[in-house]
Design a protein around this ligand. Structure first.
Ligand code: ADP
Ligand code: MG
Length: 728
């Protein structure tokens, strides 16, 4: 065997589980011990500072400079007591992932020494040198610098001796350069809009909160094998590799026993999560070999998203302690299920009512139907935008395959809910009148949650499913920042709820009763959004035709899918909800196209190098061994065709594949050059990469994978799928 491959496979094979140091206490003792939460605030802040901070958080108001100074002092003392030496503003730039710049607490004391100091000014606002973060030209256009500002709604925490302060990141002209700013704006918008509508049912409602429960899927690979695969190392996915004879056909991995090395990793990760206040709850194997999932208890959306981002970096770090590498890429292995990140999403009032859960009283049921109908309408109107919100170069591999949500957004409701909605949508005036009477609005809704929750194999082919008391947006990619989808969804629903409220008010002004007005408007929007409802098989070809007929967005090219952000409809919706200005939308799309191009560009370079410098030389060497052998056989046995036929055929096939690889790599390089020459239009460039560069990669891979089956196993340089995919 190629000596490197032999060495790493052996190393991975021999690896034992790393022992996990269990904390002395139970989780309830160390839970959130690394978080400056209300408990620590109460302990470290003067009483009136604490009260003012909590009030500012609850009422979403800014804090005064004096309060900021007091908070900074208390936060510093808490952080130092918990071993921190540095602090950083922690923010979410437009790349996926997080950014931080660490500063020590020290300041000169004027006597040649230092003191550990932290002021309100440093806590509240900083200017990270941000020119290296993607900004889609905003900073060039406005010659403005960016600054980060404390998000008081998300608590600070300590990781590896550094106090991390969650912040938004914006330019001096006010444009957001991150995910958190627009997310907070969208959450505000949905709070305001949903509160107005929820007050029809309970005038005491003051706020509506958006909740998010994500389910993070990921793969683990042994670090030795990982580092022997330049493609994994540099692109996060395998650009070549023939399917292993055993994959997931037996489906024996799902809920199967977790290998001990992985179990140790999961335990370690869970402890770290709990220290950081991430309520990690479930962990299990996924469908594919080496694929796993972690899900926490759901939280308020902004916090849940901070926690997901923190988890993703935590995972990589903990994995290293266990000699693993985490793959968050949506499709690391061809022919094996990819990874997603289902976003379970709901709205709830400050009065403890879940707005997507059917209630016990007729009013609650009408409220439930009202909110469901508005979600359907919003998702219908903005289906193209929602798809754009989950699209990326990496997630594109997963969508549309027969394992993941299709590249068409539709809503699954389940039969019970569908029946209720149909009844309203098709009700004549008399029936509607009748339904509006308190007694009749129950409509047998009470069984819905049980029915759905019992039915564990809910429709998995739907990208957006109602699951009893929430919606599950399943199309999100495993490496994505959930904020992207949550911004689009919450903003779209907020806008729709505002429309709904305005229409109901009109009907009320015309003298309609409240129930009548609500039901009439619900009926109208249900009829308008019928096309979004689909409970059938999302993987079938018939659905694509049907969806086209229904006028749903069926675009499959990622760079063109991004266009949905710049449609008039999206620009107006984001304007009304104050989530994005047109300038921000334009700048962000530039970043999306640029990132798309860069990802494909890097993959194409890596593949070209692997093909020409790793695979072709080995294949040629093996081929010349065969030729050598053939010549010798012929000297021994003469031109006996029976003896030489097979070798001859293999030699020929290797030749064909090698020739094809060389030609394809050349063609790919040429296509890249042409695409790179487009330097004034990021969209066109991304489209060129999608249309003209990416297809070559598929062809090159096809030929390499064929060679993998022919070339002597001992000589093959890269760890094969069967070695990468089965942790012992
Ligand atoms: P499944 O794999 O069956 O979808 P999981 O238990 O893996 O279920 O994940 C369900 C996720 O949904 C969890 O994060 C859970 O906390 C979350 N969740 C449950 N109820 C709600 C809700 N009302 N709003 C948002 N998320 C919720
Ligand atoms: Mg799920």
């Amino acid at each position: 065997m190629s000596s490197l491959r032999f060495k790493v496979v052996q190393e991975a094979f021999d690896r034992k589980a790393v022992e996990v140091k269990l904390p002395a206490e139970r989780p309830e003792v160390y839970y959130a011990s690394a978080v400056f939460n209300r408990r620590s605030m109460f302990e470290y802040l003067p009483r009136d500072t604490y009260d003012q901070l909590i009030q500012a958080i609850t009422e979403k108001k800014p804090i005064s400079r004096e309060v900021a100074d007091e908070v900074a002092e208390g936060m510093k003392r808490w952080a130092i007591d918990h071993g921190a030496r540095h602090y950083t503003h922690w923010f979410h730039p437009l790349t996926d992932g997080t950014a931080e710049k660490h500063d020590a607490f020290i300041e000169h004391d004027g006597k040649g020494g230092v003191i550990e100091k932290f002021t309100g000014k440093l806590l509240v606002q900083q200017e990270p040198d941000a020119s290296s973060f993607p900004n889609g030209g905003i900073r060039n256009t406005f010659e403005a610098r960016g600054y980060s500002a404390w998000d008081i709604s998300s608590p600070a925490f300590i990781v590896d001796g550094t106090l991390c302060i969650p912040t938004i990141f914006i330019s001096y002209t006010g444009e957001s350069l991150d995910y958190k700013t627009p997310l907070l704006r969208a959450l505000n918008a949905v709070d305001e809009a949903a509160t107005k509508v929820a007050r029809y049912f309970d005038p005491e409602v003051k706020h509506v909160t958006s909740f998010l429960g994500w389910e993070q899927e990921y793969f683990l690979v042994d670090e030795a094998l990982y580092s022997a695969r330049p493609d994994l190392l540099m692109t996060g996915r395998t650009l070549m590799g023939h399917e292993s004879p055993k994959n997931q056909q037996l489906e024996d991995h799902y809920f199967g026993a977790i290998p001990s090395r992985v179990e140790a990793f999961m335990l370690d990760l869970e402890i770290e999560c709990h220290r950081l206040g991430i309520p990690a709850k479930t962990r299990h194997n996924e469908v594919a070999p080496n694929q796993f999932e972690l899900a926490p208890i759901y939280e308020e959306t902004n916090l849940a998203n901070d926690h997901n981002l923190l988890l993703m970096s935590l995972m990589s770090e903990v994995a290293r302690r266990h000699n693993f590498r985490v793959l968050l890429h949506e499709k690391p292995f061809k022919g094996v299920n990819g990874s997603g990140k289902h976003n379970n999403w709901s709205l709830g009032t400050d009065r403890g009512v879940q707005l997507f859960a059917p209630g016990r009283t007729p009013e609650q049921n009408l409220q439930f139907i009202t909110f469901i109908a508005n979600v359907m309408k919003a998702v219908h109107t903005h289906n193209a935008l929602l798809k754009a919100s989950i699209m990326s170069a990496t997630n594109a591999h997963r969508l549309g395959a027969n394992e993941a949500p299709p590249a068409i957004i539709s809503i699954f409701t389940g039969t019970q809910l569908a029946n209720v909605l149909d009844r309203i949508a098709n009700a004549d005036d008399a029936t509607l009148q009748d339904l509006a009477h308190r007694e009749s609005v129950s409509m047998g809704l009470a069984q819905i949650p049980e029915l759905l929750l019992d039915n564990t194999d809910r429709n998995r082919t739907s990208p957006f499913a109602f699951t009893g008391n929430r919606f599950e947006f399943r199309a999100i990619g495993s490496s994505a920042n959930c904020a992207s989808a949550m911004i689009a969804l919450n903003a779209a629903v907020a806008d729709q709820l505002n429309n709904f409220h305005a229409e109901v008010e009109k009907r009320l002004a015309e003298g309609m009763s409240l129930n009548n007005a609500l039901l009439a408007e619900v009926k109208k929007i249900l009829r308008e959004s019928e096309a979004i409802h689909f409970d059938g098989n999302g993987y079938s070809d018939r659905w694509i035709e049907e969806a086209q007929r229904r006028g749903l967005d069926c675009e499959t090219s990622a760079p063109k899918i991004f266009d949905a952000y710049l449609s008039n409809q999206s620009i107006e919706m984001f304007g009304r909800t104050k989530v994005f200005t047109p300038i921000e939308l334009k700048a962000r799309n530039e970043v999306k196209w640029e990132m798309y191009t860069k990802k494909i560009q890097i993959e194409a370079r890596v593949l070209g190098d692997l093909a020409l410098n790793h695979i072709v030389p080995v294949a040629t060497r093996y081929q010349s061994m065969l030729v050598d052998n053939l010549v010798k056989l012929r000297t021994l046995f003469g031109d006996d065709e029976q003896i030489s036929a097979q070798d001859l055929e293999t030699i020929q096939h290797i030749s064909e594949h090698v020739t094809a690889i060389k030609a394809e790599v050349q063609a790919m390089v040429d296509a890249r050059k042409q695409a790179n020459a487009i330097d004034d239009n990021e969209r066109d460039k991304a489209i060129a990469y999608h249309d003209n560069v990416a297809p070559h990669m598929e062809t090159i891979r096809y030929h390499i994978d064929k060679l993998e089956l022919m070339v002597d196993n001992e000589m093959w340089p890269l760890p094969k799928y069967r070695e990468l995919l089965f942790i012992r």
